[in-house]
Design a protein around this ligand. Sequence first.
Ligand code: NAD
Length: 295
Amino acid sequence: MAKIGFIGVGNMGGPMAANLIKAGHELKVFDLSADAVAKLVEQGAEAAETATDAARDVDVVITMLPAGKHVKSVYLGDDGVIANAREGALLIDSSTIDVDTAREVAAAAKARGLRMIDAPVSGGVPGAEAGTLTFMCGGSDEDFAAAKPYLEAMGKNIIHAGGSGNGQAAKICNNMVLGITMIAVSEAFVLAEKLGLDAQTLFDISSTSSGQCWALTSYCPVPGPVPTSPANRDYKPGFTAANMLKDLRLAQDASKSAGARTHLGAEAARLYTEMEEQGRDGLDFSAIVKLIRES
Ligand code: NAD
């Protein structure tokens, strides 16, 4: 069993760290929130004083932080994880961040002779709690193989997407599809309403026709057809519109730096920005149907 430093034990990192403890690993945890750390200490973790302290004398460092700027501040610099980790340590960043930062931090780790992968996740808080997350990983074959056993304690599908940053690339490409298709499905239901076509009837036809997609069949944005979808509980998340907007903005930044045409991705980011401006970004992202209905 390994000694693991875990930095960032919020909504996602907390249950992920708890699953590593259940798997028998020894955990040292750090978060800016003392309450978040205390919850894990109750479950058997040791509290670290600082991120530097969590990274020292451990075999593996895992981070689950809000955004690229937090990842840079935790990994880089004299007090950072990279400067203070033990020789040969394995670093795993599971935060969802921009591809460029993921590659910059991995290059800095490699320059110090450390192993590192980016491993963002899909599956949300329920997946983190149940240990059924999907991990999309970027890094060398050797580093991926070294990280896999730890990721298996927290997830069900562990996929190698290529070199450094490709885990992040996979995450934002997938979520751009989801953001766009949720808007497409919402537009179809609103148009159906205005044409006098019953929502359940449209669902029965589209879910067995060429309009079939995950946004329709698992997360249907109108109440009724899919009883487990957030539309049936006043759009309580689920996956918040704020998180969807974050990922769509990352996809737009990546599109600009890579020179890719993503017009629908840009329009999706614009519509979710409207939701944010209306103060509705704490709702599930399928609540975009309300904005479309009101336009
Ligand atoms: P969160 O805000 O609940 O947790 C982040 C934690 O990081 C907080 O507890 C915060 O105090 C801590 N933190 C911030 N800066 C720090 C620092 N310098 N040192 C130590 N701790 C620091 O967020 P979350 O929902 O757990 O999301 C974490 C990441 O996972 C994000 O990148 C998010 O996009 C991604 N993600 C979230 C979900 C979801 O459904 N919540 C799903 C997939 C991916």
